[in-house]
Design a protein around this ligand. Structure first.
Ligand code: UDP
Length: 232
């Protein structure tokens, strides 16, 4: 397969009939790529979890790039023009939010907080407002940001409800969006323990990439537990 793009944790290849094949690798990175490791099995675990989430979104009327899961570690997806914007939705204050603002760790955010960030390791993904997003040409119109916000909040409701049933608290997560050839705005990329914060609803245990970021150990064991609960 012809490689189109190699990211920090996934590689994108050209597929058939305008599709792409996204391969989930075992590498883990944090701090904009400054910290790296390889955890055997991580790629296939994330591919399986993300497939369940993407199908759940589709079932709830949210359009995504997902076409099919090819075990163990690939998704066939629609080819998108990915927007250089990361949308973060937060239900509980933690991470960069408490580092940058006077929020108390663990505070419930009601309504949820939505952030738009520039996707750029070089600039450390700075938050952007509407004016900056337009001035940088990240999007063409303010309506596109509004649409991403609306879809992201719907994704939050669908995922939060689903995960609550599995005893998992959806703390926050990151989404990426892109346009397909027909000009539809779709959810792209992945939704996994690499891109979400998951806390055990009973014990508060961290079940996501923070275990790697904060050297808490047992990274793969917790990813596997998320997979067990999410994929059944
Ligand atoms: N996130 C991500 N990619 C990024 C930045 C953030 O997937 O480049 C996710 C992260 O996993 C978390 C949420 O977005 O679920 C909010 O991250 P935060 O800004 O708190 O990141 P931190 O700086 O603490 O890593």
């Amino acid at each position: 397969m012809k490689e189109i793009y190699r990211g920090k944790a996934k590689t994108l290849y050209e597929g058939e009939d305008g599709t792409c094949v996204m391969v989930f690798r075992d590498e883990l990175t944090a701090g904009d790529g400054a910290k790296r490791a390889e955890k055997a099995g991580k790629g296939s675990i994330n591919a399986e979890i993300s497939a369940v989430f993407m199908q759940l979104l589709e079932k709830n009327g949210i359009k995504t790039h997902f076409i099919s899961f090819e075990p163990p570690d690939r998704h066939v997806v629609k080819r998108l023009r990915i927007l250089p914007v990361e949308v973060i939705v937060r239900n509980i204050a933690t991470g960069s939010l408490v580092r940058r603002y006077p929020f108390k760790e663990g505070t419930r955010l009601e309504p949820p907080v939505v952030e738009f960030c520039l996707k750029s390791d070089e600039y450390h993904d700075p938050m952007v407002n509407e004016d900056i997003a337009l001035a940088l040409g990240l999007v063409d119109t303010p309506e596109e940001l509004q649409e991403m916000r609306r879809i992201s909040l719907k994704v939050n409701r669908v995922l939060s409800d689903f995960l609550r049933e599995k005893g998992i608290l959806l703390v926050d997560f990151k989404l990426e969006f892109g346009y397909d050839d027909e000009g539809n705005l779709l959810v792209g990329d992945e939704i996994s323990p690499d891109t979400c914060r998951f806390w055990d609803a009973d014990t508060g245990e961290v079940m996501d990439k923070d275990r790697f970021r904060r050297d808490m150990g047992s990274v793969i064991e917790y990813y596997r537990e998320v997979k067990r609960r999410v994929c059944g």
